[in-house]
Design a protein around this ligand. Sequence first.
Ligand code: AMP
Length: 441
Amino acid sequence: MPKVKKASKSVIKLVKGMKDILPNEQAYWDLIRNKVNAAAKDYGFQYIDTPIVEATALFKRAVGEETDAVSKEMYSFVDQGGEKLSLRPENTAGVVRAYIEHGMLNLPQPVKLFYFAPQFRHDKPQAGRYRQFWQFGFEVIGENDPIVDAQMISLSYFILQELGLNVEIQVNSIGDDSCRPKYIKTLTNYYKDNKKDLCLDCQKRLLKNPLRLLDCKVKKCQDLAKDAPQTVDHLCDECNKHFTAVLEYLDELDVKYNLNSKIVRGLDYYTKTAWEIVETSEEGKLNALGGGGRYDDLVYLMGGRQTPAIGFACGVERVINKMKDVKASLPENWRPDVYVATLGPEARKKALHLLLELRKEKVSVSEDLAKTGLKGQLESADKKGARYALILGQKEIVDGTVLIRDMENGVQEVVDIKKAVKEVQKRLEHHLIAKVLKKSK
Ligand code: AMP
C-alpha cells in the first residue's frame, strides 16, 4: 500500500450562498426535469439555453437599474477585454435577447420557449435563498390574447401540483404604460405622509421603484400597504378588459386562485397580468415557489419591434425544499438488473467482458470489481437491490460457466457463460411479465 499523506492543508470551502447538489438529491432534480420536459412537450414549448454571462447593459435595460436584482444583487465584473459583464440574475432577458438576435420575430408567432438553468443573485443567504439557484421557466413571445395568460398561469400551477405540492395562484394586474404612471402618482401620494414609518429600503423605493413598496416583507411596511391604493382600481379600459378576460378563462380552468393586489413582481419589465405560485406554510405564511407576468414592452425595449409576451419562472431548490417538507413521493430508486460478482484474478478479467456484453444489450448492471471478497460483493448487490447476481469464481472460469443467483430467493443455477446474457434476459422478461400480471389482478 502506498503511504497516505495526512491532511495538513487548509480546506477550501464552498462559496457562501452556493449549494452542492449531492447524489442523494438527484432523484428530485430528475423528477422535476422530467415533469418540466413532459409539460413542455404537451404544451408545445421548445428548449433554449442562453449563456450564464451576458452584457451588464442587458439586465440594466431589461430588468431595470433600480430593481434589487440589478442594483444590489448582480454579480458584475469587467473581463480581460474590458467588457462589462454579469452573471444572469434571471433568464427572461437572455431569452428575449436571443429571440431578437436570431430573427425569431420572423418565425410563426407565438414562439414558445422554456429553460432549466442556474441564476445568480448576491442576496442574503437564508433557508431557501441561495446565490446560485436554478429556475425552470416558460416564455410565450408574440401573443397578446388573455387566454394565453390563463394557460400560462395554469401551466405553472399544474407543474407544481403534479410534483405533489398544494399550491395556489395569487394574481394581479399591474397595468401598462397608459395607466401605471397615474397609479404610481396616486401610490406615491398615499405614502408621502407616512414616509418616516417606512423601512429605510422602502424610503428609497418611494423615490425610485414605488410599486415595490407593496410587497416589502417588513411588518410596518406591510401594515401600511394594507390600505394603499390598489392597481386593479386604476387600470385603463384596455388593461381592465384584459384582466377580466384572464380571470374568466381562469374560472374555466381548474386552478385555485386568489386576487392579490400586493403582487407587483420585482422586475421592471412586467405589464398587465402578474402572478405568483405560492404555497401556504403551517403558520399561514405564503411562500413563493414561482412567479410570472406579461412583459409586452420588453422586446421593444431590447431593440426589437413591439411584441407582446408572457412568462413565468419557478425556483427549483424552493420546490425541492417543499417537496421534502410534504414528503412528496419520488419514483422508485434505480435498481440494477444484474450485479456481477467475482472471485480471483481470472474471474475479474472475464467479468470485464461480461459487463461490456450486458451493457451492450441494455441490461443495467452494477459491480464492485475492486472488491475481492465474495461476501462483501453479494452484500453490495443486495444493498443496491439487484435482481440477479452473476457469480464468477475459479471453478466457473475452468468450466466456462457462470452462476446466476436470484437475489430474492437465493436460488442459484449454473449456466454456460456464452449464454449468460441470454439467460439473464430471459429471467428479466419473466420477472417483468409476472410484475405486470400482479398489477393487473
Ligand atoms: P423571481 O425571478 O424573483 O420572480 O423568482 C422566481 C422564483 O425563483 C421565486 O419564486 C423563487 O422560487 C425562486 N428564487 C428567486 N430568488 C431565489 C434565491 N435567491 N434562491 C432560491 N430561489 C430563488
